[in-house]
Structure formats: C-alpha cells, structure tokens
Design a protein around this ligand. Structure first.
Ligand SMILES: [Mn+2]
Length: 339
C-alpha cells in the first residue's frame, strides 16, 4: 500500500488482505453493536455505501427496535437496505464495525447461532477491548472512532466519499469525541473531520440534530437522570439511575439510553461517573466514564463488560439497587487502588 501525506498511521495497519477479501463480495451484510450509537450507524451505513458504489448489494443489520429516536435521522438519510434472515443466508461475507465482541452484534431475530456459518467476518473497530473475533481484524485502539477508520478504508479502497457518506462519518467522529471534547480528539481525528467537511459533511444540520434536537420524551428522561444524580461522600464518584418504570413513563425505551452518563460526569471534580439503567426489565446496564486520567476499562471488565479506557460499559442481571450495592463499593476501592 502506498503512503501519502493524507494517511494517518492508522492506515498503515490496515491489513492488505482486508480489501482483497471484501472486493470480491457481492452480497455483504454490514453489522454493528447493540445499541447502535452514531459511530456504529455512521460506520455501518458508510461501509454499505462503499459497497454500493462497486455494484454490490450490501445490506445492514439493524432491527427496528434498536434504533433510538434521536438517531433515526441517520437511517432516514442513508436509506440502507435492511438485512433479514434471507440476506444473512445469502451473504458472501460480513463486515462488523465498532463492536468489541461477537455477542454484542445487533442481529435480527431468527438467525442460527452460527450466523456466519464459515463465511468470513471482517472486524473493524477502535475498542481497546476488542476480542479479535473476525477472520480479518483491523482494530486501532487509539483511533477516535470507527468512522475515522472507515473513512481511511474508503480512501484506500478507492471508493467515493460523497456528501452523504461524509456526513454519516462526521456524525460518528463528532459523537465519539463528545463534540471534539474528549481525550480521543486526536490530530488524526480532527484531520479526518476536516477532510469530511471539505467533502460536504452537513456540519450545521448535524450539530443541530445531535446536540439540539431533544424530543420531549428524551428531555423527561434527562430530568429524571439529573434528579437521581448522587455523589459519594468524598465526591470522587457521581452516579445516576433510571429504572424500567422511569424510562418507559418518560416515553423512552432501552434504545434511547445513549450518553446520558454525561450528566453525572459533568459535575466538577468527578473522577468516575456511572449511569445505571434498566432499559430491559431485570437487567441493569452500567455506563462507566473516567476523567482526569482514570481508566474505567478494567473496572468494566471486572463486571464482564468492555469498551475504552475513558468510556466502558457492562450489563448485569438484577435490579438497579442490587447492582448499585455491588458496583459502588468496588468502584470506590478501584479509585483507592489507583491512588
Ligand atoms: Mn465507536
């Protein structure tokens, strides 16, 4: 692969085998994680559009209930072909983006357990905890987002990045860096974003849609999360909760739980923020966020979860009070050990 000034070091790690493999696919299915965020959706749709420009018939795995109200516009923009059981049966290969482990794949119902049945999986991701479950893995732990990686992929693959693909990819970089405010806002992330803007990414509309387009239902949920926010006595940990009743009474569903952990996280002096939500009755999802250099990945892993250093998650069986009673003391000990 030739190296040009536009390529970040991430491109140098792109396995040559990856493009050789996907080039021959005519009916690929593109998959991301559950619940899909803007990075997952943007990367998935942009990869599908890359295949579309070669004449291949790509479809995306996106069960309807898994799409949040806030991000439904990305789906409306991209108008992807949705993969059902039939598309999975006929697929000649799979691209999984932004997904740290295979069981996190957001799949339609009715698939056999071994859904890839010997067909190749290409795994493109920026989660440090990625288990390399693909047959070809391109995992760049210090990339800002999967969308940044997909942008480089499309460039090396010589697929057009039109105004719509640029917008989808920009959405992922914008969201995964929390509006270019997190430590993963690297030079390469900003350079990719700049190139996407030059290609016509809809910056103003995306800013409005992603940052200033709360539905009343989402607003009600935020009010609950503000009201439920607590601090530990030493104020190092801020946490909040929303149980099943609170989420549904607000008019929201499991798919609408996204980055609301930013509320407890926004308190001055917080080193570790937690959000515990019961989007699915009887299961507690925890979002972990670390600030001031606190990595939360090992903590999330101790509960069977995964993610990044600064942002990780886990899902535990049981109602919120039970899980909180277990997680909070462990999180305090974890901070004590970090010193
Ligand atoms: Mn991501």
């Amino acid at each position: 692969m030739t190296q040009t000034a536009n390529h970040t070091p991430a491109t140098e790690t792109l396995p040559e085998e990856l493009i050789r493999s996907i080039e021959s696919w005519e009916r690929p299915v593109i998959i991301a994680h559950v619940p899909p965020d803007a990075d997952a959706l943007g990367a998935m749709f942009a990869v599908a559009r890359g295949f579309g420009s070669t004449g291949a018939t790509a479809s995306v795995a996106l069960p309807e209930a898994s799409l949040s109200q806030r991000l439904a516009f990305l789906h409306e923009w991209a108008e992807p072909r949705i993969a059902g059981v039939e598309e999975f049966a006929q697929a000649d290969g799979f691209v999984v983006v932004d997904t740290a482990k295979k069981p996190r794949c957001n799949l339609p119902g009715g698939l056999p357990e071994e859904w890839n049945a010997g067909r190749r999986i290409v795994n493109i991701d920026h989660h440090a905890s990625n288990t390399r479950f693909g047959d070809i893995n391109w995992v760049v732990g210090d990339a800002s987002s999967s969308c940044e990686l997909v942008f480089h992929l499309l460039e090396v693959w010589a697929r057009p990045v039109d105004e719509l693909s640029a917008s989808l990819l920009y959405a992922g970089i914008h969201t995964d860096t929390a509006g270019f405010s997190l430590p993963n806002t690297s030079g390469s992330a900003l350079a990719a974003a700049a190139q996407l803007v030059e290609r016509g990414a809809r910056v103003t509309e995306l800013g409005e849609r992603l940052c200033r387009s709360q539905r009343l239902s989402e607003f009600r949920l935020l009010r609950i999360i503000y009201a439920n926010t607590r601090l530990t006595p030493d104020e190092r940990i801020a946490y909040s909760t929303a149980d099943y009743r609170e989420i549904t009474d607000a008019g929201c569903a499991a798919a609408d739980i996204d980055d609301q952990v930013s509320i407890p996280r926004s308190l001055l002096g917080t080193r570790l923020a937690l959000l515990l939500t019961e989007g699915v009755r009887g299961k507690t999802r925890i979002n972990f966020r670390g600030d001031a250099g606190v990595s939360v990945l090992a903590l999330a892993k101790s509960f069977g979860g995964g993610g990044h250093d600064a942002a990780a998650g886990a899902i535990l069986e049981g109602p919120i009070p039970e899980v909180l009673a277990q997680v909070l003391p462990q999180a305090e000990r974890y901070l004590d050990d970090l010193g």
